[in-house]
Design a protein around this ligand. Structure first.
Ligand code: C2O
Ligand code: CU
Ligand code: CU
Length: 563
């Protein structure tokens, strides 16, 4: 492998609004020449093949070795599946509404774990939110039905305190739902999965030349969330992808632990417009034309790009410069000092908000049918509601390294400290079934669990306010999607993307399960808490900066049983 950090883009510092004046300029692209590794595509190298989820009987979390940088293998933890006798990692699961997902999760990593099906409507037992854990050597059984329409969802671990580490080490995969509407969309676009309809999983990691990819338990790292110094796509460093000069579809997941990206497609200095087809777990109508989008951790976008806007040659998927607004340090006495000693997250050219290249798209000449995109993708509407219950959520930290929702941590700090190791949370070893729930968190130790109870069928308005002396928090709701109805106090870099008087961006007009709330911002969302499950169910609402989640920026609430 050639060169090191010195070949990456030189440091650029952006403060406040200043970056806006340079945002549309092309950045220095010293690293461009390194983008020569063919992007890993579904099924290649035994990685993420597309698998019909209802045919799969088992996913096993286990340590594996896989070369991510040069020839030296990197030790990963991944989900392994067996397909007709062949072992594959992190399969892309595919389902249609109504499919039954009945599979075992087998845990062969040295930590308790559980799988969360991010973006799906499930009861608590099958949601995998962390109330039930599987010990090393144990297994549990999921059995649920797909109740969602076409979507780009994903699956990842959710054991409290360890979700960040396990996801970082490689446990995560896509879970795609297709339905009649998305079939029609693909037919019109004339795209083919894995060729002109390409999933892109964006993740930042630091991989040493030795292949080592360490996860840091350093509390300062944890305070900001883990970030790495290189941004990979589909586990490929410096990737390149050939695409024909016609309509193409890109389905993008930000599976980074903490980092947000400001994504744009550019050819030299020219921005390419792209059509937003879907956000998180929903398609939308009509598709909206945009030129850039903030994609926070756990968020997904489904986009179509007419590459006839570009000339044959290189188009870059890049992250434009922005102010990451890590404004929390001002209010942090002791932590700020530690941070200035260098124990913090990745800064400068490789840090969040730095202008950098992500994927080289090599646009090839094409003279077949270019495909088309109609304005009617879905008949489903984004509803707005009356008669709502209103709840307020305040995001801040206590000045001492603990992120909070409404002044509380998932565990109060005393309990959390004692529980840094998961060992004492899960006492029952061996094989368990989720049905028996024989392995569960000791909820008597969780005074902040079930913060409130929502009526089944209630339509609620939630106002999520982020403190000024804070950082952006991607807030995720389990079990239900929501719509954004208003943003107030948005920073200029977001305000400039607003497309309506409510301060909403194009992304906000779809349905989402994760919303980024910037420092000083108040985001109002509406949620329809209707679901078909009887009996009381509980769900998580948390920051999807996975280290924030692990450190307790999470709450559990219940949906009351019917009748
Ligand atoms: Cu993607 Cu609670 O998680
Ligand atoms: Cu989730
Ligand atoms: Cu957070």
């Amino acid at each position: 492998m050639l060169g090191g950090a010195a070949l990456l883009t030189p440091p650029l510092v952006y403060i406040g609004e200043r970056f806006l004046s340079v945002s549309s300029e092309a950045a220095p692209d010293a690293s461009a020449g390194r983008f020569t590794n063919p992007l890993r595509l579904p099924g290649q190298d035994g990685l993420f093949p597309l698998v019909r989820a209802n045919t799969l009987s088992r996913l096993t979390a286990l340590p594996v070795q896989f070369p991510l940088r040069g020839k030296h293998p990197t030790a990963l933890w991944a989900y392994q599946a067996e397909l007709a006798g062949r072992l594959v990692l992190n399969p892309i699961l595919l389902a249609r509404p109504g499919d039954r997902i009945a599979l075992a999760f087998e845990n062969r990593i040295p930590q308790p774990s559980i799988i969360h099906w991010h973006g799906f409507t499930n009861d608590t037992r099958n949601d995998g939110g962390g109330m039930t854990l599987v010990e090393p050597g144990g297994r549990c059984h999921y059995d649920w039905s797909v109740r969602n329409s076409a979507a780009l969802n994903w699956y990842h671990p959710h054991p409290h305190l360890k979700a960040g580490e396990q996801t970082w080490r490689g446990m995560n995969g896509l879970f795609i739902v297709e339905d009649d509407e998305s079939d029609k969309l693909a037919r019109e676009l004339g795209v083919q999965f894995g060729i002109t309809d390409v999933p892109l999983v964006i993740q930042d990691r630091t991989i040493e030349r030795s292949g080592e990819m360490a996860y840091s338990d350093n509390p300062k790292r944890q305070f900001h969330g883990m970030s790495g110094n290189s941004v990979m796509v589909n586990l490929t460093r410096f990737p390149v992808l050939d695409l024909p000069r016609r309509w193409v579809r890109l389905r993008i997941l930000n599976a980074s632990n903490a980092r947000s990206y400001r994504l744009a497609l550019m050819q030299k200095d020219k921005r390419l417009a792209f059509m937003l087809l879907g956000t998180d777990s929903h398609l939308r109508s009509p598709p909206t034309e945009i030129q850039e989008i903030f994609l926070a951790a756990a968020q997904r976008i489904d986009i179509a790009v007419d590459l006839r806007q570009a000339d044959v040659g290189d188009v870059w998927l890049r992250t434009l410069p922005f102010d990451p607004m890590h404004n929390e340090m001002g209010a942090m006495g002791a932590m700020a000092e530690m941070d200035s000693m260098g124990g913090g997250h990745v800064h400068g050219a490789q840090g969040e908000g730095a202008d950098s290249l992500i994927l080289r798209i090599n646009v090839k000449p094409y003279d077949g049918a270019p495909g088309s995109l109609s304005s009617r993708i879905t008949e489903k509407k984004v509803l707005t509601y009356d008669n709502r219950v209103k709840r307020d959520f305040v995001l801040d930290h206590d000045g001492d390294g603990t992120w909070r929702i409404n002044g509380k941590s998932f565990y109060p700090p005393e309990v959390m400290l004692k529980r840094r190791s998961l060992g004492d949370i899960c006492q029952t070893p061996g094989s368990v079934s989720l049905d028996s729930a024989s392995v569960s968190l000791d909820t008597s130790q969780m005074p902040t669990s079930r913060s409130f109870v929502v009526q089944n069928g209630a339509r609620e308005t939630w106002v999520i306010r982020n403190d000024n002396a804070s950082m952006p928090h991607p807030m995720h709701l389990h079990g239900f999607s929501f719509s954004v109805v208003e943003r107030k106090g948005s920073p200029p870099q977001l305000k400039s993307l607003a497309i309506d008087p409510q301060g909403r961006t194009a992304q906000d007009l779809g349905r989402m399960d994760t919303v980024l709330v910037w420092p000083g911002e108040a985001v109002t969302i509406e949620v329809d808490f209707s679901h078909p499950f009887s009996g009381e169910q509980s769900y998580m609402f948390h920051c999807h900066n996975l280290e924030h989640e692990d450190l307790g920026m999470m709450l559990a609430f219940s949906i009351a049983g019917k009748g």
